[in-house]
Design a protein around this ligand. Structure first.
Ligand code: AGP
Length: 600
């Protein structure tokens, strides 16, 4: 939640800050702001709404500052308003702060500072940081920040600049993400890598408990006691082109179309990764998968594959539920923590608590160097490239690829399949990308389906077995970008309650490839029809029975039953996309959401 950036160098800071903020807008877009130091003075500009409002407000103001910080907000403390927008300053406008995360003890600190005579101008938790730094400043910004950090509780990252040291940005990370980008005579700070990709691919990922001090010629990292820390620089494998729209109307559509490549790259990446886990896989007697949202749905599909191929029982739990429940895990439990961003607070904290109980944690992560990547005992990577659309698409199918391959790897390590069988199955699985390509050709047809159904207010999605999680995912996609109410359900459960909802105003999306549960799906479809439900079905293209029984039929190429989720999900992503687009909604940045949720 919220994106922060910083620039210090030889170029004008404002255009760089604005362009970096635009690439972080997926993290929040309630308001935006920048602070720069020009002629020894702090200048703060803020605007409610998206970055473009801030850009408009800055037209014609030719700031020449070469240092600054910026912020795009997803409101937690205080409504979206100009006064609550970041950067926040002390009363004397000597220090400006941008912040991501939550200061849990801010009320107590605010009271203390008010009692000392300091006046606050916002309802945010962030403002206490600016006041504390001002209180502790005695000629050394780093020392004032270190003193401040010791007073703060919570998970957060922030950046600060000061008129007293106008060549310096200090950034702090504990809980929320923060990376340093290294340039020539310039350096950057950002919540996420895409923000700085046009300028540099040389990055340092800060760990929790670290402070970075940036000038145009130097980057120094310290721990919270002020002890210097040496850090590795890594070169980001993505280029800026992969983070731009490339001719597509929206990032989401581009990312849907990138799925065959994302899956192929993920398979290639998996096969070339050194897979020596730092623990003994043969001792694992149980797997607990923790994840949120779309990543959770990937985990549900993975459960079927791992149980079938490796014979290990798998439990899939929402990360936010895991942390505060008493789920038994021990040194024989493998915890799979799935998160495309690697920064989702619920997933990270659940993984850390499982680690404390002795479980081995394997992360499935898209962002190399993210917090979960570094906190897990081992990471399996999805190679989907940066995903900018708030609705996850290509990272979902890439997660499925990792989970399928992991199920084979576990099977092999436990002696259930040999090397030859492993590679045979991988080869067969790789064929799925061709089927995914074919389904993408249905985009225009699905746009027509969207036009027909976009006026409906409620949808039901039904699937069984491997396609039950796909029903959940289809419904989530529709909800989050179209704001249409949708429920995903295991088709067999419909008769235990939701069937009461069915009438001619409730389109029912039935996912029914010809697999071992096909006959049962047809029976469930009949139940819908006899209650005047409108059926939109997704099934194999030659399936005349399904076609005849459906008001609308979306035919996909035949695919091995086991791999069907990678194919069936695409029409559902496209349906949600086209409905949202035709309703004129903001597909890439739906209301109330943020791409990465770094608060609990
Ligand atoms: C997906 O479309 C959603 N935006 C959301 O549910 C997301 O999958 C969830 O927040 C988890 O994110 P993560 O994979 O980065 O942890």
């Amino acid at each position: 939640m919220c994106g922060i950036v910083g620039y210090v160098g030889e170029d004008y800071a404002v255009p760089i800050l604005l362009s970096a903020l635009e690439r972080l807008e997926y993290r929040g877009y309630d308001s935006a702001g920048i602070a720069v130091i020009e002629d020894g003075k702090l200048i703060v500009e803020k605007k409610v709404g998206k970055i473009r409002e801030l850009v408009r407000a800055l037209w014609g103001k030719q700031y020449k500052a070469k240092i600054g910080i910026g912020h795009t907000r997803w409101a937690t403390h205080g409504a979206p308003s100009e006064k609550n927008a970041h950067p926040h300053t002390d009363e004397r406008m000597e220090f400006a702060v941008v912040h991501n995360g939550i200061i849990e003890n801010y009320l107590e600190l605010k009271k203390e500072l008010e009692n000392e005579g300091r006046r606050f101008s916002s309802e945010t938790d962030t403002e206490v940081i600016a006041h504390l730094i001002s209180k502790y400043y005695e000629g050394d910004l780093l020392q004032a920040v270190l003193k401040t950090v010791k007073r703060l509780k919570g998970a957060f990252a922030f950046a600060v600049i000061s008129v007293h040291e106008p060549d310096k940005i200090v950034g702090v990370k504990t809980g929320s993400p923060l990376v340093v980008g290294l340039g020539k005579n310039e350096n950057f700070l950002a919540s996420d890598i895409p923000a700085i990709l046009p300028y540099t691919r040389n990055v340092i990922s800060l760990d929790d408990g670290e402070v970075a001090v940036l000038t145009k010629d130097s980057v120094d990292i310290y721990d919270f006691d002020g002890v210097p820390v040496s850090k590795e620089v890594f070169v980001v494998p993505w280029d800026i082109l992969s983070a731009e729209k490339g001719g597509f109307k929206h990032f989401m559509l581009k990312e849907i179309f990138e799925q065959p490549k994302a899956v192929a790259d993920t398979i290639g990446g998996f096969l070339s990764q050194d897979l020596s886990f730092p623990f003994d896989l043969s001792k694992v007697n149980r797997i607990v998968t923790i994840a949120c949202g779309t990543s959770y749905h990937a985990g549900l599909v993975g459960k079927y594959w791992i149980e079938k191929n490796a014979g290990i029982p798998v439990e899939v739990i929402y990360a936010s539920e895991f942390r505060y429940a008493d789920v038994p895990v021990d040194e024989n439990t493998l915890v799979l923590a799935i998160s495309q961003s690697g920064e989702t607070a619920d997933t990270r904290f659940a993984a850390l608590s499982a680690k404390e109980k002795g479980a081995a944690v394997v992360g499935i992560v898209n962002v190399v160097g993210s917090s979960l990547d570094r906190e897990a005992d081992f990471t399996l990577y999805t190679h989907a490239g940066p995903e900018i659309g708030v609705a996850a698409t290509k990272t979902f199918t890439a997660q499925l690829a990792v989970l399928y391959l992991a199920s084979l790897l576990f099977a092999r390590r436990r002696g259930r399949i040999d090397r030859e069988e492993f590679y045979k199955k991988v080869e067969l699985f790789s064929e799925v990308t061709k089927k995914m390509e074919k389904v993408l050709e249905l985009s225009d047809q699905i746009a027509e389906v969207a036009a027909k159904y976009k006026k409906f207010k409620d949808f039901l999605y039904l699937g069984r077995w491997l396609n039950y999680p796909i029903a959940l995912e289809g419904a989530l996609k529709l909800k989050e970008i179209s704001y249409i109410h949708a429920e995903g359900y295991p088709a067999g459960e419909m008769k235990h309650g939701p069937i009461a909802l069915i009438d001619e105003n409730m389109p029912v999306v039935v996912i029914a490839p010809q697999d071992r549960v096909y006959e049962k799906m047809i029976s469930n479809l009949e139940e819908v029809l006899s209650r005047k439900g409108r059926v939109i079905s997704v099934g194999f293209e030659g399936d005349k029975v399904l076609k005849e029984k459906s008001e609308t039929f979306i035919g996909i190429p035949e695919v091995e039953a086991e791999f069907s989720p990678l194919v069936t999900v695409i029409p559902l992503q496209l349906l949600a996309y086209h409905i949202a687009d035709q309703l004129g909604l903001d597909v890439d940045q739906p209301r109330n959401l943020a791409k990465t949720v770094t608060v609990e």
